[in-house]
Design a protein around this ligand. Structure first.
Ligand SMILES: [Zn+2]
Length: 321
């Protein structure tokens, strides 16, 4: 018998229900995001493939050895590299995503000549180091240093990295029936990216959220209104356990926390626009609510403020033109 959790160099592997497993990424070790494994009865489904092939390989080998079953499906929650750069380990099986996620992966993840890619990544790391040296706050230092560690692992994996795109696409909902359980894949548009899929186990009341829910992290916001409405719809489902894209296993309260964060940034941005504050001034004078000051990825706040400012500014113009 295996005693859970199982520690690997990349992630901590736990069993959260009969046949439902979660891999929580260890920081800076080459996984970068969380993944899941669902035993369908005869075979396995894997949700997300980490940021490096080596972490993905570790997951597949571990899950198959543990269950004595083969993997049949890999799901890509969204196109971000920290969730799909392990795809090549699942090249022999069905990889499923929405059409938009497949297209975004195809356009964003183009690997050119190895040496040029390596140099570009090294340049990016040098830039991060410079920013780390002048970072004014502890939160920013931590944010940059985490980014640095994760990107270093991606750099190490570059010689073997190969972009493998999803082979099966769906739009809004796809149900997969195994002999033991059914799994629902849902995409209600895009909040974090243009297309975000989450996995729902209705009988077990478990949801693998991808980056639609993250723990204490300034996660990038693509479409603020849609982000909130998706979370509202998710909260209408019966869910007891939430597996975020980053952070620890949580309860449904994480969905509420995520929604509060996005709503907070929406409120602040709308206030600034109403007072006709310029974007640079808005970002410069922005005082993050104390509750969020120790969240990870503080570097992301600026990007979110800019994104939301442009989003509501453009929306405003649409109404008046
Ligand atoms: Zn993401």
């Amino acid at each position: 018998m295996n005693a859970f959790p199982i520690e690997t160099p990349y992630f901590t592997f736990s069993r959260i229900d009969n046949g439902v497993y979660v891999a929580i990424a260890k920081e800076g070790k080459g996984a970068w995001s969380n993944a899941g494994v669902v035993d369908l009865g005869e075979e396995l489904l894997v949700f997300d493939s980490f940021s490096t092939p080596s972490a993905a390989r570790e997951l597949r080998v571990l899950a198959e050895r543990l269950t004595g079953k083969k993997t049949r499906y890999l799901i890509n929650s969204h196109y971000h590299g920290d969730h799909v750069f392990g795809n090549q380990v699942f090249e022999d099986i069905a990889i499923i995503s929405t059409n938009a996620t497949r297209e975004l992966s195809e356009t964003h993840h183009v690997i050119g000549e190895l040496e040029a890619e390596q140099e570009e990544t090294r340049q990016y790391l040098r830039e991060l180091k410079k920013q780390m040296n002048v970072a004014q706050t502890r939160a920013l230092q931590i944010s940059l240093s985490n980014q640095y560690d994760e990107m270093t692992k991606v750099l190490t994996s570059l010689p073997e990295l190969k972009i493998v795109l999803p082979s099966i696409i769906f739009e809004k909902k796809l149900t997969l029936y195994g002999s033991d359980r059914k799994v629902e894949l849902m995409c209600w548009g895009g909040g974090h990216t243009a297309s975000d899929t989450f996995l729902y186990l209705p009988d077990e009341k478990i949801a693998f959220m991808g980056d639609l829910a993250t723990e204490d992290l300034h996660v990038p916001i693509y479409n603020p209104d849609r982000f909130v409405s998706i979370l509202n719809e998710v909260m209408a489902l019966e869910i007891n356990t939430v597996i975020p894209g980053h952070g620890n296993i949580s309860g449904r309260s994480l969905l509420e926390t995520q929604k509060s964060y996005v709503s907070y940034l929406i409120g602040e941005t709308k206030k600034a626009l109403k007072e006709e504050i310029k974007l640079d001034d808005f970002k410069f004078h922005f005082q993050l609510f104390p509750h969020y000051q120790n969240w990870k990825g503080i570097k992301g706040v600026e990007g979110n403020l800019s994104g939301l400012y442009h989003y509501y500014n453009d929306l405003e113009r649409c109404f008046h033109d």
